[in-house]
Design a protein around this ligand. Structure first.
Ligand SMILES: Nc1ncnc2c1ncn2[C@@H]1O[C@H](COP(=O)(O)OP(=O)(O)OP(=O)(O)O)[C@@H](O)[C@H]1O
Length: 296
């Protein structure tokens, strides 16, 4: 008897999640003998439910929610002895993980991806006992995103992060950063460091075109100088996918990373507030099995 669990965050996607519930249930009932439906009520519920899906040996877990709910589900699945195949309908503002996996951003098309039952192995990152799918970020610009309110996100979408980041940049100085990685140590002054697992960060899919969801690497970008003139040069390079070649950017790929700063900085983990540095991070290669379009 095959079984699937559907986790729904009713508050996700400007509270639009419930309108996608019936089509998702229909598709899952066509594919699996038993379908269990669970609703989240608060932070942490999606993680607990995903862990239960592992312990009870479900064949598939499908989540309806934004990046926050998907991240919680991933935290419930990671490093469990039995893992269901994982799918999700992207309902958030930015949906970076869906972009990296080349999932349709339209939830009714995304459910068709589950119907096709094609999965690939996907890497995730680990810091302490927390798992992430997209990015760790270090620096005041990264810390500014904690000030983005749900109202700003609803009104401006990903632009809300750019607006807060720009405000932080105006009052900002570089910080002393040390990154110990697989090939050596990078030490210097930086304005921002991004440790990306996928090509899509903050809704911009061209940050790291070289990043693949199962390449076993973090793609590390360090912004060494930042002023109005070089921002004007960096934006087109960012959009063309060649930012790693810019002279004010240091780029390397690594599977493990230890980061420390001279002053107190709090890192950002998939858009949420982490804790003060230092941190040790590692890629968990091929940790999840995720439903993606067969032709991606
Ligand atoms: N029933 C609920 N009501 C309110 N909040 C909830 C409920 N269930 C879970 N949550 C919280 O909602 C958070 C945000 O949800 P999520 O990120 O999935 O949606 P979103 O805010 O629409 O997406 P995005 O952050 O991309 O805009 C979750 O991390 C969780 O803490």
């Amino acid at each position: 008897m095959s079984k699937a669990m559907l986790i729904i965050n009713p508050s996700s996607g400007k509270a639009d999640a419930l309108s996608h519930e019936a089509p998702a249930i229909k598709v899952l009932q066509e594919l699996y003998d038993n379908v269990t439906i669970r609703y989240t009520e608060k932070a942490g519920d999606a993680k607990d439910l995903a862990q239960q899906a592992c312990e009870q040996r479900f064949d598939a877990l499908v989540t309806l929610g934004g990046d926050g709910t998907v991240n919680e589900s991933v935290n419930g699945l990671a490093e469990q002895p039995h893992q269901p195949a994982f799918g999700f309908l992207p309902l958030g503002t930015v949906n970076d993980f869906a972009r990296a996996l080349q999932l349709p951003l339209d939830p009714s098309e995304a459910i068709e991806v589950i119907r096709q039952q094609h999965t690939i192995p996907v890497d995730i990152g680990k810091v302490d006992r927390t798992y992430f799918m997209n990015v760790l970020a270090i620096g005041a610009i990264a810390e500014a995103v904690y000030d983005v309110s749900p109202e700003q996100k609803s009104a401006f979408g990903p632009l809300a992060y750019v607006l807060e980041g720009t405000k932080a940049f105006r009052h900002h100085t570089p910080f002393a950063l040390t990154l110990e990685h697989d090939q050596g140590v990078w030490e210097g002054d930086a304005y921002l460091a991004l440790v990306a697992l996928t090509n899509s960060v903050g809704g911009i899919e061209s940050l790291a075109p070289q990043a693949k969801v199962h390449d076993g690497c973090f793609h590390v970008f360090i912004v060494k100088r930042l002023g109005l003139t070089n921002i004007a040069q960096m934006i087109p390079e960012l959009l063309q996918g060649s930012l790693s070649h810019h002279e004010d950017i240091e780029y390397f790929a690594t599977a493990t990373l230890r980061a420390s700063t001279a002053e107190r900085h709090i890192f950002n983990i998939d858009g949420d507030e982490g804790r003060p540095l230092p941190f040790d991070a590692a890629v968990l290669p091929h940790e999840l099995r995720i439903f993606v379009p067969p032709d991606r």
